[in-house]
Design a protein around this ligand. Structure first.
Ligand SMILES: [Zn+2]
Length: 388
């Protein structure tokens, strides 16, 4: 079923407000009552929306309001595949989460087999699931469901939609994790009102995504936002996962920072993390952030150098795209000193006229639950894929 543009805007408004009267919708969308009736009647007939008079009254007769029919829209099976874990959730597009579960992924696991098994189990357990939404790392063509390249799972040109579609006869959506983060921000978090922002994710790798107008910017080959592989230091010998040297990701990602500190400690440089390394055999980004917080010299030096490089990459984003906001994801940005350093470095390299807001995302681990839901919302309301 294809909805008209007005119908999609009305549905999105009902979703956002949870319940709303026809009069309010007409006011907000500046449509005539006749146009509203023309759009809403088919939605009522189909059962997508329901009339409800149980809302709060401001005195007198309770107003009839419109609500989304959750039964009609059904539930979403969300799957977030990170390099180390598979996070499953069942929820609805209003953001209600009915259940979530996390599985560790081992190198030896056959991922496709594992995915199919989990989906089979969840579809059996919850009959209301009407769409599967899969979010994962790598280059993804979300239009045809092909994973172009993902070094994390060693996949190249895998048609995931076809692979899963053969067995499961419900719509399957696939999206890249950093793009999905922009959608989570847009529909659940800080950027509900914004149509012009960039997400920068600094984790094991570095990636960005661009939301402009009413959609994500895909680029010609679904490769826009791949800022992690811009060479920031041409004289660097540090090899990146892409094969080049001196990429932003090779110089300033969590993995890069961990590796630098690790080798400096091995070279006998003093750090409070030396003990931790001895005990655990490894250090992670949270150890480093904690050490920076306590002003461990080595950790602070290496993390600050990374922050300066990140500031230069944000300067490029600001200059090219002129976004309203840059939304940051990553452990580094939750450390006050590092965040302040980033702001100061940016001030040094940007013009006063370049107005931008730097925001640290409030979505932490729950991002893996919201991402697949946000992808579904985007596809229903902006891309109109909801067909049955
Ligand atoms: Zn690279």
């Amino acid at each position: 079923m294809d909805f008209t543009h007005s119908q999609l805007r009305i549905l999105e408004m009902i979703k956002n407000k949870k319940r709303i009267s026809r009069k309010k919708i007409a006011e907000e969308l500046r449509l005539t009552p006749a146009a509203i009736t023309k759009s809403i009647n088919p939605l009522l007939k189909l059962g997508v929306v329901l009339e409800d008079s149980e809302g709060e009254s401001t005195g007198g007769r309770k107003p009839i309001e419109l609500i989304l029919n959750r039964e009609w829209l059904g539930a979403v099976l969300g799957i977030s595949l990170t390099p180390t874990a598979l996070i499953i959730s069942v929820g609805d597009i209003s953001g209600n989460i009915y259940k979530s579960k996390s599985y560790e992924i081992l190198d030896s696991d056959d991922l496709v087999k594992f995915l199919k098994k989990i989906i089979r189990e969840e579809l059996l357990a919850e009959q209301k699931i009407k769409v599967i939404s899969l979010v994962l790392t790598g280059l993804i063509n979300s239009d045809n469901g092909v994973l172009i390249f993902s070094p994390h799972y060693n996949w190249k040109k895998v048609n995931i939609k076809e692979l899963l579609g053969k067995e499961f006869e419900i719509p399957i959506l696939i999206e890249n994790d950093v793009r999905a983060m922009a959608l989570s921000e847009r529909y659940f978090n800080t950027s509900k009102e914004s149509n012009n922002f960039v997400v920068l994710n600094v984790s094991e790798g570095i990636g960005s995504s661009i939301f402009v107008g009413e959609d994500l910017l895909a680029g010609y080959g679904f490769m826009s936002g791949e800022i992690g592989h811009v060479v920031m230091d041409r004289s660097s010998l540090r090899k990146c996962s892409c094969g080049k040297r001196g990429c932003l990701e090779a110089e300033a990602s969590n993995k890069a920072i961990i590796n630098k500190i690790f080798s400096m400690i091995k070279l006998n440089n003093y750090s409070s993390l030396k003990e931790r390394l001895k005990q655990n055999g490894e250090i992670n980004i949270n150890d480093i952030v904690e050490a920076v917080n306590k002003r461990d010299f080595l950790s602070t030096k290496v993390a600050t150098e990374a922050i300066v490089i990140i500031a230069h990459s944000i300067d490029m984003i600001i200059s090219i795209l002129n976004p309203e906001k840059i939304i940051l994801f990553g452990e580094l940005f939750n450390e006050k000193y590092l965040l302040n350093t980033l702001k100061l470095e940016l001030q040094k390299v940007t013009l006063e006229e370049q107005k931008y807001e730097l925001v640290v995302s409030k979505l932490l681990e729950e991002i893996h639950i919201y991402n697949p839901l946000a992808v579904v919302i985007h596809n229903i309301f902006r891309k109109n894929i909801w067909r049955r």
